[in-house]
Design a protein around this ligand. Structure first.
Ligand SMILES: O=P(O)(O)O[C@H]1O[C@H](CO)[C@@H](O)[C@H]1O
Length: 287
C-alpha cells in the first residue's frame, strides 16, 4: 500500500466547479493566475463576479501579502476570463493538492488556456527589475526530489500517469505574447528564459543563485511550476510570464538585501504594462 498523499477526488472538484457555475454567468475558456503584486489585473475585468476564497467550499485561503484571495470572473478584451487574484504556495504549508486545486477547478469550469504570472528574481545578469520574461521552460526543484503535484494515485479523468512536459509552455502562445508586447510598446523590456521553482520561503543564498546561473536558469521564484504541470496534465495550453522584480544577489555583500516589499513595489510599477500586455494577449488567443 502506497503512502497516502492528500488529494481531491474528481467529484470534490466537480462539486466546487458546479458551486461556481451555479452562481456565475460567465463561461471562461481562459484562466489567469496573478502572481505577487500582479492581482490588479483582476480589478480591470468588466462585468466582474468575484468569489472570495473563503466563500468557496474546500478552497484554501491566501496568506501572503500581495495575494488578495479571490476568484474573479469577468470580461477582458471581449472574452470571458477567470482570474485567481492570489495563488497558493507550498511554503504557506499547503499540500501540492491544495496549491494546484484551482487549476483543476478551472479545467472543469471549461478553461482551455492558462496564463500563469509571477514575480521572480533575475538570475540572468542581463535582466533588470521591470523586465518581463516569457517563460520558455522551468526547472521544478521540489519535483526533481519527488515532490511533484502529480505524486499519488493518478486520476485518469484528468490525464495520464506519465504526462510529457517537454512542451509545457506553448510555442504559439509565446509568439502571441511577443506580438502582444509589440502592440503595447513593451518589446524592449521582454526576455524569454527558464524559470526555476524553489520551495521558499527563504530567498536564495549566494551559492544557490550561482548554482542556478551555472545550470542555465534565468529567473527564480517559489510558484508556477506545480500549476503548470497540473494544467498540462489535464490538457490545457499554457503560457507564463515572470515580472523580474529584483536582481538575485550573487555577491557576498551584506549591504545588498532582498525583501518582499521590493517584489510588490515592482508589481506596482509595472501594473499598467502587465495589464495591457495581458489584455492584448487575450485578444490574440483563439477560442
Ligand atoms: O510567485 P509569486 O506568487 O508571484 O510570488 C513570488 O514572490 C514571493 C516572494 O517575494 C514568493 O511567493 C515568490 O514566488
Amino acid at each position: 500500500m502506497a503512502d497516502v498523499v492528500e488529494s481531491y477526488s474528481y467529484e470534490d472538484i466537480e462539486a466546487i466547479s458546479k458551486f461556481l457555475l451555479e452562481r456565475c454567468r460567465h463561461r471562461p475558456k481562459i484562466g489567469i493566475i496573478c502572481g505577487s503584486g500582479l492581482g490588479g489585473l483582476a480589478d480591470t475585468l468588466q462585468e466582474q463576479e468575484a468569489f472570495p476564497y473563503e466563500s468557496i467550499p474546500k478552497f484554501p485561503v491566501s496568506t501572503v501579502s500581495g495575494h488578495k484571495g479571490r476568484l474573479v470572473f469577468g470580461v477582458l478584451s471581449g472574452k470571458a476570463v477567470v482570474c485567481m487574484q492570489g495563488r497558493f504556495h507550498m511554503y504557506e504549508g499547503y499540500s501540492m493538492a491544495k496549491v494546484t486545486l484551482p487549476v483543476r477547478v478551472m479545467k472543469l469550469l471549461g478553461v482551455e488556456t492558462m496564463l500563469v504570472t509571477n514575480a521572480a528574481g533575475g538570475v540572468n545578469q542581463d535582466y533588470v527589475p521591470g523586465d518581463i520574461m516569457i517563460i520558455k521552460d522551468h526547472i521544478n526543484f521540489p519535483g526533481l526530489c519527488g515532490n511533484n503535484p502529480l505524486r499519488g494515485p493518478n486520476n485518469e479523468k484528468f490525464g495520464p500517469r506519465f504526462p510529457a512536459m517537454n512542451d509545457a509552455y506553448n510555442a504559439k502562445l509565446r509568439a502571441s505574447l511577443r506580438a502582444a508586447a509589440k502592440l503595447c510598446g513593451l518589446s524592449d523590456h521582454m526576455k524569454e528564459g527558464v524559470y526555476a521553482y524553489l520551495g521558499g520561503p527563504a530567498y536564495e543564498t549566494v551559492a544557490e543563485l550561482r548554482f542556478l546561473k551555472a545550470i542555465g536558469v534565468d529567473a527564480v521564484g517559489m510558484s508556477t511550476a506545480p500549476e503548470v504541470i497540473v494544467a498540462r496534465h489535464c490538457g490545457m495550453k499554457v503560457c507564463g510570464l515572470s515580472l523580474i522584480s529584483n536582481k538575485g544577489i550573487m555577491e557576498y555583500d551584506p549591504s545588498l538585501v532582498i525583501d518582499h516589499s521590493e517584489v510588490l513595489e515592482a508589481g506596482r510599477v509595472r501594473a499598467a504594462d502587465i495589464q495591457s500586455l495581458v489584455s492584448n494577449l487575450v485578444k490574440l488567443i483563439d477560442e
